[in-house]
Design a protein around this ligand. Structure first.
Ligand SMILES: N[C@@H](CCC(=O)N[C@@H](CS)C(=O)NCC(=O)O)C(=O)O
Length: 310
């Protein structure tokens, strides 16, 4: 785990000291868009997606690539599940960098900006033509996938429809702070009160999710939207990883009937199950965060049957 400072790699864990033991996520820095009249145009084969199967943010992008039929147009490289002193690494095929055969993810950030300062995160949407990063913010990458390539794929499915945008944005807001990032705030807290504050907010938000999903199919009603997919990638990791490793253990997802039905329903959505790679998920968290799990031993359980009928 580390970061780049003026183009130099430093092996350094998150600094929670200056925030009273709290984990504070930094902003993604590459924020370009893909548009027909802009610098980055929607073209088949031009872009490449770098992901980790372990990462819930990268997982969003992988799911949208499937949902929107972009597999033939945007190819993918997957990093090794362990993220240690050199950050995300590539290994031998199939976990290699298909474009440059780099050893480390930070080398791609340096190709994009030799003086880059900041964290080296996935997902990364890469432009092969200009050899640079278009965008490294998953919330924006999924919006790009949702609409920018529609004329190329003929897939006009819309997970951010205009009529629901306000509702989606307002759900995303609390789901992001209290659940998506909330589990990290619990897991990476280095002081008791910081952990407890995040823990309470997390379970208040999960109760709110259960309340909604016990009455309706999806977060906004009966239409599957971006808000659901953003929640899903955290929930699908919850019982196997966050519950134990991040100490988010008041309840498991399987203990919330409406939410558990929702997770299975999204898991069973066409072409989604293949994006959920539980082996990478468990090996990454339990093996990479040595401050939390110094032995790096990965628990065997729990057995979770996401294919149980909905
Ligand atoms: N806001 C970013 C966050 C991405 C992110 O933090 N990814 C994690 C993996 S789950 C990462 O690469 N962390 C490396 C680090 O923080 O050094 C997004 O949603 O794309």
């Amino acid at each position: 785990m580390g970061l780049l400072v003026d183009g130099q790699w430093h092996d350094k864990w998150y600094d929670t000291e200056k925030h009273g033991g709290r984990f504070v996520r930094s902003e993604s820095q590459f924020r370009d868009q893909i548009t027909a009249d802009g610098r980055f145009k929607p073209e088949s084969g031009r872009y490449h997606l770098y992901v980790s199967y372990a990462c819930p943010w990268a997982h969003r992008a992988l799911i949208f690539r499937q949902l929107k039929g972009l597999q033939q147009h945007i190819d993918v490289s997957v990093v090794h599940p362990l993220m240690l002193e050199n950050g995300w690494e590539f290994a031998d095929k199939p976990l290699h960098d298909a474009l440059y055969d780099s050893d480390f993810m930070y080398q791609l950030y340096l190709k994009a900006d030799p003086n880059y300062s900041g964290r080296v995160t996935v997902p990364v949407l890469w432009d092969k033509q200009e050899q640079t990063i278009v965008n490294n913010e998953s919330a924006e990458i999924i919006r790009i996938f949702n609409s920018a390539f529609n004329d190329l794929t003929g897939n006009y499915d819309d997970y951010y429809p205009e009529s629901l945008q306000q509702q989606i944005d307002s759900i995303n807001e609390w789901v992001y702070h209290d659940i998506n990032n909330g589990v990290y705030k619990c897991g990476f807290a280095t002081q008791q009160d910081a952990y407890e504050e995040a823990y309470e907010a997390l379970f208040t938000a999960l109760d709110r999710v259960e309340d909604i999903l016990s009455k309706q199919t999806f977060l906004t009603g009966d239409q599957l939207t971006e808000a659901d997919w953003r929640l899903f990638t955290t929930l699908v990791r919850f019982d196997a990883v966050y519950f134990g490793h991040f100490k988010t253990n008041r309840r498991r997802i399987v203990d919330y009937p409406g939410t558990w039905r929702f997770v299975r329903q999204l898991y069973q959505h066409p072409r989604v199950a293949e994006t959920v790679v539980m082996d990478h998920i468990k090996r990454h968290y339990y093996g990479s965060h040595k401050t939390i799990n110094p032995t790096q031993v990965v628990p065997v359980g729990p057995d979770i049957d996401f294919m149980q009928p909905v």
